[in-house]
Design a protein around this ligand. Sequence first.
Ligand code: G6P
Length: 620
Amino acid sequence: MCGIVGYVGMRTAAPILLEGLRRLEYRGYDSAGLAILPEDGPLVVRKRQGRIDHGLAPLVADFPAPGLAGIGHTRWATHGPPSDANSHPHADASGRIAIVHNGVIENFDRLKERLRAEGHEFLSDTDTEVLAHLIGRERAALAAEVGPPGELLVRAVSRALREVIGTYGLAVVSADAPGLVVAARRGSPLIVGIGDGEHFVASDAAALVSHTREVVYLNDYDVVAIRADGIQVTNLGTDTARVQISRLEFDAEAAERGKFPHFMLKEIFEQPTTVRNALRGRLDFDEATPRFGGLNMTLAELRGVDRIVVAACGTSWHAGLVAEYLFEEFAHLPTEVEYASEFRYRNAPLDKSTLLLVITQSGETADTLAGLREARRRGHRVLAICNVVGSTIAREADGGIYLHAGPEIGVASTKAFTSQVTVLTLLALLMGRIRQLSSSRGLQLMRALEAVPEQLEEILALDGQIAAIARKYHQARDFFFVGRQYQFPVALEGALKLKEISYLHAEGYPAAELKHGPIAMIDEHTPTIVLAPADALIEKTASNLQEIKARKGPVILITTRGHDRLASMADDVLFLPPTLDPIQPLLTVLPLQLLAYHIAVLRGCDVDKPRNLAKSVTVE
Ligand code: G6P
């Protein structure tokens, strides 16, 4: 989704902004631009539709933009199609103020009408341009006031924002206030980076890590004046602001591809390490129970929970579906898994002993955040399972568990999923151990979890074989993924991976459900990936496999080593190491990630930046 970068310091701003924007490319965008504040003279605005390397970068090379301060933006279209005119930055009526903005101004049409009546003319379809004009109008209204131009700009921004309904993360520069970037947030993340004689602002830590690891996470309604020698934060709501300097957990290297051709492949191969990190320090073998530092709930409070509602989107929602089986099996806790976008608008009855669990890699997904806020407003406790430290959801939840998976850059989520499932398995185990789950079963499950990182290494060694299967089937147009029980959510996730990055039609189904309709689509051109590890239902899944074969459907079987009889029925087979049923999703998903990856590469798709998708969806 849209990205923001800003810089004020002693260095030429344009290359720093371009580098920052490149680091935000993974979030998804369709155009890019920047505004440079020269030491004197008019603002320089450069913007172009398309990828940075084909649009903005050559434009800046042809028409350099000198200056030591500026703002930059990658846009993911919401109001108006991708075009040069709709790209950010947008200027006010005077052309002396420029802004970049993430989020959605909901009352922009009413504000636009009012401004039009006052004589303002607009060059784009965007809500952002309206905000630029509004700030310009407020600045003009302060023209008679005396005071440093920087202070007047901060006041103008604050006054304009009081009229705005909606969400924003924004950065503003004005030719009348050299050496100053004003930034503000409500509902859209913004982080200030603290350097030595220079300061940065960005919507995502990935744009900051190559410069500094000291950051300030802005809170909603914060307005910050950023200069080379310091920052000054005020809050529109409380008039006072909490400024706390935090340290970014990851370094620049973690946000780089290294020897891998794509971030997605790098992240798939990181999973032995990331699952180990998710388990680290959380397995107490003496007590046969997991332990967490950040839940902020006593065992008595956790015992008092009698129902769990999970709200999440996309891949995180699939991790929630695995958790449904886990909570029910280990702790006998009724669990419902909701799309956050549906949950937030339903008047779902939650009683006092219901626990809301939100799952989110980014910690910024708008619908998940809104679900959390709604539940908290009604007095419910919310736990978050989150990867990005310091993200809005991590900060607003009552407690939670971090994944510690490091930055996930590939738009198609991979390592976050396995870390989410690992952490959810631990949480379900804890809930079970404080209820009826025996210590021997607890220990057995914990040992199986501990073995997962090495087993993932073994599965990664199948990469060549998976690439060969991809070569065989990459021309197919439709794919089915089927599995039962714990494998059903994995089937959904496998289908989602393929759709996201290869644009092929893929559907996940419970294996037995295929015959209630979708089997009509099975023919010799439609491969089905059958997830049938050695679990309690392997024989039942084997019957479903035969139903597919009877319709001449090619079958790619994923099963456990030693199941040769089942393998003989399939066209292609991948053998995985054995584990317990509830731990299987952590193993079976990995070949599906690799299969989707190789198919997408063979089809010439841009794996890390799939069309129309964004890494972090901060609009509803
Ligand atoms: C986007 C991403 C998905 C992700 C979903 C939820 O759609 O493209 O990969 O699963 O958002 O994101 P979250 O950060 O809340 O897990």
